[in-house]
Write a protein that binds this ligand. Sequence first.
Ligand code: THG
Length: 548
Amino acid sequence: KNLEAGADIVETNTFNAQRISQADYSTEELAHEMNVEAAKVARRAADEVEEETGKPRFIAGAIGPTNRTLSISPEVTEPAHREIDFDELRDAYAEQARGLIEGGVDVFLIETIFDTLNAKAAIIACNEVMEEMGVEVPMIISVTVTDQSGRTLSGQTIKAFWISIEHADPLAVGLNCSLGPDEMRPYMQELSEIADTYTSCYPNAGLPNEFGEYDETPEQMRDSLEEYAEESWLNIVGGCCGTTPEHIEVIGETVSNYEPREVPEEPIPHTRYSGLEPLVVRPDSNFTMIGERTNVMGSRQFRGLIEDENFQEAVEVARDQVEGGANILDVNMDKGLLDSQEAMKNFLRIIATEPSIAKIPIMVDSSKFKVIETGLKNVQGKAVVNSLSLKEGEEEFKEHARTVKKYGAAIVVMAFDEDGQATSREHRVEIARRSIRILTEEVGYDQKDILFDANILTVATGMEEHREYAINYLEAIEAIEEEFPDVKTTGGVSNISFSFRGNPIVREAMHSTFLYHAMKAGLDTAIVNAGRLTVYRDIEDELREHIE
Ligand code: THG
């Protein structure tokens, strides 16, 4: 009936046809079959109407959010608890995607997204299944906002949502379900401005009434959606809960009088990350500060709290970094006896439930790739991985970078290679050149998603060969910024002063002096103790001269 009403695309009736939702009815073993059969039913109808009318019809495999969420704890007293984990969800989605492909869908429709981490699991599942089956099926990714805050249920803004999933390179991104067409207006406008792909919108027929029914008539809904078409915000339009073939017919007739939206080219041409909120690094943005203290190797206090599993106090360390001006939060759990994977998972889950912290993007810091991947499975936004390098050779570097890319994260690359840590200016720049070439040409990374760390090494150790470490770093930064303007440069500033441990006045003066010169050399971001940097001009002259 929807096809006869003029729909070009119909959805399969598979919104909850994965084993997680089906477990509520003990029908989880039927999940695969449900998807195959649902796709076949839709396929048959679409093919019939296509034949009758001579107009091509498509079927979209509906992949719902499931009834579990990866970013929210159902237990108020246990913020690290989740009803499900990333791998379980990904596997359930994969089973569904396999069935949908077997049944013959033309496109995946990952829809009604209320938690972006669930959506990331679905995206990875679809990509893995396509690779396994040797087919390509485009994706439409459709989010839902729950109230007038314009955020998803798990707290992300629309822009942060887009930044978190744009790596999927979807055929279209859009909004569905939600409030009803009037309330969706500002969010649809925003999405259409920032997405460099097609946009879609299929609202409910208004808000449900006290009986859970939807009252908006076809004409009412058409009037709202006609405005969207007039404003050129849409490429794909339709109806969700409460809409009937009549709604579809009326909407279709009206919007066909308008030109579809033109896809903008690179609407956000800058480096971008996200937490619950977006972080777009424009040329005129302030310097990007990365908070270093949520690092068990970098803070005795934080390590003690994590070892004692005093997560409540550990969260305060994170909050302190954010309040001190951190734009990104570095999290590192690499400590001998600690179960680093478990600690990374738990801490990231807990801070995910603290909006004042979760608003900023996370830097997942570990020297163990397993811990990095665990981190990526527990962040909703577009994260930064810290770090990869050529230390173990090109093959491992590429393999790890490919994995990180699946999660849509940016990468810090350290100036390390098979010969070890680069200390000369030339070696640092050569590693930058080689790693950036591999990431962009062989792995498909955008330069904007690479951060290069040319190694801030400790000076004033008394060792002759350490004398030029700082100047070599600054010169390397200048050269890398010149050659790769889109790549971001970074570094751990507090490393410079380890030789003055126990002398915080000198250390803090060294940090801000070094940062002052590094910023002049073009440094874009730095890992620092946010909130504890002295102002360069306030440093006593004699001390500053010695440092310089
Ligand atoms: N590059 C990249 N990542 C990094 C580093 C880098 N991550 C870790 C580190 N280096 C940056 N972070 C810190 C954090 C803390 C300190 C130094 C660097 C520090 N801590 C005091 C100390 O060790 O003396 C801790 C004192 C205390 O216990 O409170 O100096 O270079 N990509």
